[in-house]
Design a protein around this ligand. Sequence first.
Ligand code: ATP
Ligand code: MG
Length: 404
Amino acid sequence: MSPGAALLPGTPRAATPTGSGTGPGTGAVTLGVMGGGQLGRMFVHAAQTMGFETAVLDPDADSPAGRVSHHHIQNEYQDPQGLAQLAALCSAITTEFENVPADALATLAATRTVAPGAQAVAIAQDRLAEKAHFVRCRVPCAPFAAIANAADLETAPADLLPGILKTARLGYDGKGQVRVADRAQLRQAFADLKQQVCVLEKMLTLTLECSVILARGADGAMVDFPVQRNLHRAGILAVTEVFEGNIPADLAAQAVQAARAIAQGLDYVGVLCVEFFVLQDGSLVVNEIAPRPHNSGHYTLDACDQSQFDLQVRTLAGLPLTQPRQHSAAVMLNLLGELWGPGLDQTPPWDAVLALSGAHLHLYGKREARPGRKMGHLTLTASGPQAVHQAALKAAHILGIEDF
Ligand code: ATP
Ligand code: MG
């Protein structure tokens, strides 16, 4: 889409040229999303609020986003029929998970606006390509070596150990990662990961983790959210805190600048999350990027005047971007499957949690709780850091989430 050619929601049928992606018989402009998980669901909610119709492509008949969308195309991501149906329905299409086949995005892009583009998504899908991009943008990342075969196991520099062996592709929530103390464990881990192409990263001592979420339009304009401070447990995001003073201002500024350089280098269009580590000496290194809204940005739904999903809609439709403003201090707690009790079948005490002021409950409509599965999130908002931290600790106690 050329800059300036915005898709306006609620366009009357007669005013919309044939074949431009209006839903059959609806008259509304339809926006599509590849993937039907919770990120797709929150995108669908934001798009619908603005008056767009939505279409979701996801093979799962019962997906969180498919269930709330105007249209749900139930096909595999690479099935040409499903892609053709999505293109016929939609004016513009985005993605909600980075492992969407980049080829499928390229196919859609032949006839429709697709943001982010296949090339940017392909880079985010592959840790080696991602790191090469960080190097190109001159943003430091953790020391690493590619491990593609048995020979690489022996030549990998000794100072990368102890380290983490990560599959180059298809990892999430700490899956596809093994911590290795020495070369013998490295060999074993590579065998356990079925000799897939991997990255060996040096194990760094982290003082904190943070992330930046930004949105970039087709015209290159960028806006960003305040820097989030993240706590991971067992490789899964557990808590995100966003309030004045939770990250030194100079570090936050550096992180935003690095995230902007990474987005610009990709000629990125859409919402991008960049995850960072802060090391003991106070230096900042980039961890990875996600070519979509991110779990660490869910607080924006309740604590900012625009959410990360609102900005995803705007970037996709070519609508103006304005700098978002955080109006409340926020803490987000991820609600993982284990909160549903040892048998995974007990409803957590939402009534007690919702008695706390500033509690915002978001459940994704997943039918089955599983340990580590993201079932929803809870955001606490308050006027300042102390109040919000106290409220979040109370909520954590009620739910049985460990203190932070
Ligand atoms: P997701 O996509 O869900 O963010 P992932 O599976 O891609 O996660 P990473 O972001 O690579 O995994 O790592 C998950 C967590 O593991 C990090 O947030 C951090 O806490 C820890 N971690 C990863 N790499 C390193 C490292 N090199 N040194 C120290 N800790 C690390
Ligand atoms: Mg990560």
